[in-house]
Design a protein around this ligand. Sequence first.
Ligand code: NDP
Length: 590
Amino acid sequence: MAKKQDKPQNIFNFDYSRDSQDRPPQEYYDQIKEKFAEERDLRLDYRPPGTDSYTSDLTGELAKYATDPYGQQVEERERLNDSVEVLFIGGGFSALLTSARLREKGVESIRIVERGADVGGTWYWNRYPGVACDVVAYDYLPLLDETGYVPSRHYAGGQEIYQYCKTIAERFDLYDLAVFGTTVTSTVWDEEEEVWLVGTDRGDSIRARFVVCANGTLSKPKLAKIDGIETFGGHSFHTSRWDYEYTGDNLQNLADKRVGIIGTGASAVQAIPELAKASKELYVFQRTPSSIDVRDDWETDPEWAAGLESGWQAQRRARAIEGPRVPDAVKAKRAAMSREEKIQRQENANIDAMMRIHKRIDEVVQDPQTAESLKPWYMLMCKRPCFHNEYLPSFNRPNVTLVDTKGEGISQINAAGPEFDGKQYELDVLIYATGFEVQQTGIYNQIIGEDGQDLNIKYSDGIRTLLGIHSHGYPNLFIMGGYQAFFAFNLTDVLNSQGEHIAECIDFVRQNEIHSLDCTYDAEERWVQEVIAHRGKTSRNRDCTPGYYNFEGAENRRQDGNYNGTMKQYLDHMSEIRDKMSEHFAFTHR
Ligand code: NDP
């Protein structure tokens, strides 16, 4: 019998082919869809278009929201003026995974340049109370076959993941050349020398033959643009820069504090239960509720762990990429359905899932009005689905108040705290759980390729890449976790494949006495068209409530997003491209 540890995570594969006598009539589903549309329109009406309601320009008075509260140990050092073979911008999973693959291929000179004071990326920065990952740890933590590590729980906590990142860095000797507390500010292709010149905020000037943009998809904290944000007289910080000096390691200093938190996305959902237990009073300022499902978590069974055979994670991954086995009868039934019927059945199944989430809220939350406010009115996966067993019960505590802004959001803060609907909320501390800038390749960095072209300028008419990894005119540069690549709930799956691909490309160059490789214009154009062909198959993006998954409701250009084929198709494209390198890349020799 399959053990519970072996079961794949199945969040949004609805079995829409099942017929059920108990299904409500179609009008029931249509009415709910109408309510979804009303709630979306309400939110779109309140906001400026797209991402304009946020700022990630955290400078001047807002600079404190981006400074590193954990990195005091970063030491002064001499400016670097040297050369390395491969330079990683960022030291999170992208860099760790790819470096491991490069080490396996004999690449010695690898330097990670990281803004934080250690490796870990998102797991370095996000240390808020309750931080954990909702992707099954046996799949999320990469390189388990290589390191021999077995996660302690079904869902690993942030601390464990951060420690594991350090384990990988040690195991693959990545600390030797790494520099921390350092932000790459410019990456310029020297056409004569055919190397990248990398500048940093510490005055370094590093030459690198290969550069990998491993700066993550959600790296830079953003704030909602709220009038008076800088006038607040209490203490405030962003969830990804948790101020434990203020709260105390166990939040013990909050026992006499009035605490507010703005935002109810995945970070807030994990932090709120801890804040609810520790604060004298907690005010949760909600614009749109998250969907909260059951979190099926448990400690790893030591017997299961002891019985794992070598290569177990790779086998798990291969099974995940293949996807669930669909019986022939179900396949035949689906094949016989029209496209419209398929979409309708999928939507109805999605609505059933959301109504199950609503029902759970009614069962758990005692105050009917609060329960109503916590109900998400959109399709599952319009926003990042959340899983928590303590979040909803937190709202039964007498010290916790949900301030439901009904889609409007907080738009005014003064010295005492936020103001909403004529009511002043007086706070000692205000925490911004307002998320991150999404998928900006440059982040803090300017990337200048051949003919002096800035990558942002190239992208200004639409993103152009091959596989989301290569961009024509930027030789020996690789982008990880960016748009036009496949998106998976388990991000490390994508990063793993990209890391393998990049290591293969670098190895190809090294083995064939090539100096540099650049994807051709034609190969890039074919990929852009492939991305476009897979986008917009449904009106889902437009129908969803605004959030970062759909560019906050902005009409986006058709190529500016993820590759919407399957993971398997993405991997097949990768290997086809590598099988015929000279059809897709131009090479230089020195
Ligand atoms: P999000 O971008 O998901 O959430 C931002 C929140 O701020 C939203 O609830 C948004 O409301 C709210 N907001 C913005 N402006 C205002 C305002 N003026 N007034 C009130 N509320 C406002 O950021 P998170 O940090 O929560 O999550 C980012 C991502 O990080 C997740 O989607 C996930 O991919 C990852 N993550 C994963 C975790 C996991 O594995 N469990 C845990 C934490 C993060 P609205 O919805 O209306 O826009």
